[in-house]
Design a protein around this ligand. Sequence first.
Ligand code: BGC
Length: 920
Amino acid sequence: MSKIKPTYLRCEYLINPLGIDVIKPRLSWVIDSEERNQIQTAYHILVATTEELLKKDEGDLWDTGKVISDQCIQIIYTGQELKSQMICYWKIKVWDKDGTSSDWSPPALWSMGLLQLHDWNAQWIGAPRKIGQWLKRNLPKKYYPLPLLRRTFTTKGNIKRAILYASALGEYILYLNGKRVGDHYLSPEWTDYKKRVQYQTYDVTNLLQNGENVIGAILSDGWYAGNMGPGFPYPKHCVYGIDRRLLLQLIIQLQDGTTLEIKSDQEWRILEDGPIEKADHYMGEIYNATKEQENWDKPSFDDSNWNPVTVDDKVEANLVAQINEPIRIVKEIQPIEVTEPKPGVFIFNMGQNIAGWCKIRLGGSLCNPDATIILRHGEMLQPDGTLYTKNLRKAKATDKYILNGSDEREFHPHFTYHGFQYVEVTGFKEGIIPPLNILTGCVIASDCPVTGSFNSSDPTLNKLWENIIWTQRDNIISVPTDCPQRNERMGWMGDVTAFNQTSMYNMDMAAFYNKWIRDIRDAQPKNGRYPDIVPYAIKKWEPIKLKGAPAWTDCGVMLPWNVYLNYNDKRLLEQHYISAKKLVDFIHKKNPNLIRTKAVGISIGNFGDWLNGNTIKVEGYPKDGASIPKDAFGTAFFFMVSKIVSKMANVLGFDDDSRYYLDLSQQIKNKFNEVFVSEDGIIKGDAQACYALALNFDLLPIKLRPLAVQHLLNAIEKYDGRLSTGFLSTLPMMLELTDSGHNEVAYSLLLSRRFPSWFFEIDQGATTLWERWDSYYPERGFQSTFMTSFNHFAFGAVGEWIYKVILGINLDESAPGYKHIIIKPQPGGTLTWANGHYNSIHGKISTEWKIDGKNFNLQITIPANTSATIHIPTEKLEDILENGNPIQESEDIKFIDFQDNIAQYKIMSGKYQFTSKLPS
Ligand code: BGC
């Protein structure tokens, strides 16, 4: 038996997913082995309809036999046709480099959802229709209490399995016999409900009992009917609809072989005036305990004074299975301090800017039995220690609990979330100082597994890395949001253009982005011009349109390509190619002379290199000179998306297209040079951003590159060695400084404490990335109240540089999914050591280096079934040792090249330890 083990079996990127609707799902696993040169030479997959069959090594759905292949990701299921509700148990066995087989893996499973419309027997139910609101556009929002819905049913006999499928227009939480179903929040999550509505699948076998059972549901507005949109001055709600609706189908299989189906239908009863009086993502939640219906979600509750539900036959929803990780509470944190800036007003400091809510223990001696306790949330404090909320704009971010008695108990909201570090709590008994431990911060996020880590000799840099992770966590709430606190929280595309690669180092974003890229396609109009926010929460009649801004709209091409590269997700390219091509054709059609000035964002919407130095309002910082002209910016991105579509076509084997778009990109490049670049390499605008983008996108002829690098250095000098770049050019500048041999300049920007910089923010107490370089400036205070968030990920794009340059973990475009890895750590600045890892789809890649005088020590781990090219900095080849022996003596390491004090070798999997002498 081989020592290698196939582990981490996943189907469509998820562990044991329930209710998928992909009829040819893709399987993957990771080979667990630390051995050198270990590869998979063959695999054998078994998929069976029962666990028993699988135990007997029988795959009645699919038995691949021994397949000679090193592929362990994106293996497309081609067994028996998969049908609704099927449960598929699977396991695998692999053969190692010597042809020895592993043991069978432990079993994994996936189950199929309700694949056809006619599989749904359920009806959409809720309260009677609220006709009328539709007609009035700017009607101030009326909040309706959240209804409770319930249904009793009886089961006779032992239950074998019970699977529940549910969805809502709005959001739902379900209870079975008083217990919560699943641990998801804000389900069915956010899509363009007009195009598709997601459903979720739960195994509820253990929640059911023989005899009387009760299923209960609470329905809320959510993204569907709540306040939502980019937050411009008018009130906005009911973007998709008014009437909250529930759809549910519970299929119970009894041991005797019979099936019982409970569904949402006219049998349900409803109480419209439930204890949650109001719930809204921006506004918060009001919970009135005096309206509680004790045991409403358990058997023997008397619901005779409840009403029959309304069955709504008008709903026409395109139901699809949720394909990404659900939103869950992913962390709980404790406050670090409580202060009382005004009598009776308590501020809990969570020590971390988070997205989520608080659970709080109330009652007992702290409150009067009929007290109203109010929690207001904010990211910052005013100078007098009170809560700062102006930057939340119209988001009230307020939760309220109206108590009913003095028993001590816990409260938390269900259908809202806030972006906050500080919580103001009022309503306690006079003279009471609430203890710290009554309150816990619940962090919610789409539960994407963390895949990265970073540590170094510089504590502030480590803090920056943590802040980047936190900012990402706080902003992956079904879609990548710009911020979690103000009345916005939109899927702004440009922010993702900047940050997506960092996000994929930090967490496994494959399923999440597959979902959002589908949303991107759903939002694409016929002409191809993607909107700047996805889902596009803007109605036809609204005066503001957000479409086609360079770098924002272009995310619809750039993101899918990067997702493909990171996970070798070719199916995604197949699904998305036509859509991506449409955008490029649209830009081309509107700008036949190839300079992109037309159809570049409507009304306010041509953002350019957003929030660059020119928007900084700090005494002494230059007012002008930071911005790349919008025509050059747009044209650069036009070039980029054309080039990417050409590459997509190449991967998919569309050779004519590939040539066509490559040719188009070449013409755009020529035009860019003709119009924006002078012979001495000066680019129109002469800002850091101009050179950063032109170099990074490879827009310049080779001979101009060194000149452009020099101009970039000059542009940094003009800012006294500080950066002036915006959302889209900061990371490109860092990467290009390193690539052009000015790694030390990049390090000095990264490690600088002077304003504007990442460390400056941390020195002001930042625990997440700020929207603006000067969101806060000590002598001045806060930036504009209209647009100042402390939780925006775009400037966190520097995380990509940290992984690529400090840890040296790099993708190889020609071997997507990290099948081949480029390891190239480039120490610099004052760092003396760094370590970290990235869990790629092929397994864990880790690096660790240390500088000891002139000695450079490098330890790396390359996952089984992959190979790597490593770059080792050294003065002389002879100085390089591996595991203490001259490197050339190792049979596992093949020399490739030695140039500019960098030695390159090819290795296969395993752990390696190198030492070399750093060049002086
Ligand atoms: C958002 C940004 C977004 C921008 C568009 C802002 O309100 O918060 O992150 O990209 O608008 O310029």
